[in-house]
Write a new protein. Structure first.
Length: 133
């Protein structure tokens, strides 16, 4: 039996950098999300909603569309308690896409929380970390 190499560390958490929008990009983002939301509320599938609002910048379009799916998952699954399979079915996308996006959302939340904790703990003076027990 081979011994496990204890010198290997777990993978470092991936760094997540949230895009800082220019005022114009922010306006496009808000308008697109409103248009997508209206289309979905009118019973359109996600692809139809996306096709109904053109965004020239391919990178920005991709980011907004990915965010909108996350918004739908947050609203319908977390807030509305709908199963992920129902969210996928209603939006006309594969359950795997919704589950993968859901997993990325949880990972992003975990990384953001860990980074925030790391920043907060660094700002504490070492003497403040001492306990009386």
């Amino acid at each position: 039996m081979k011994k496990k190499d204890k010198t290997k560390n777990k993978e470092d958490m991936p760094e997540i950098n949230f895009k800082q929008f220019t005022p114009d990009e922010g306006r496009i983002y808000e308008e697109a999300v409103q248009a997508y939301r209206a289309a979905v509320q009118d019973g359109k599938k996600l692809k139809e909603a996306y096709d109904g609002y053109a965004i020239a910048d391919v990178e920005l379009r991709s980011l907004i569309q990915a965010d909108f799916l996350k918004i739908m998952i947050a609203e319908r699954h977390f807030a509305g308690r709908e199963p992920l399979e129902k969210v996928a079915s209603d939006l006309g996308v594969s359950p795997d896409l919704v589950k993968d996006t859901y997993g990325r959302m949880l990972q992003e939340v975990g990384i953001t929380a860990a980074n925030q904790f790391g920043q907060e703990i660094r700002s504490v003076h070492p003497d403040e970390l001492k306990t009386d027990d």
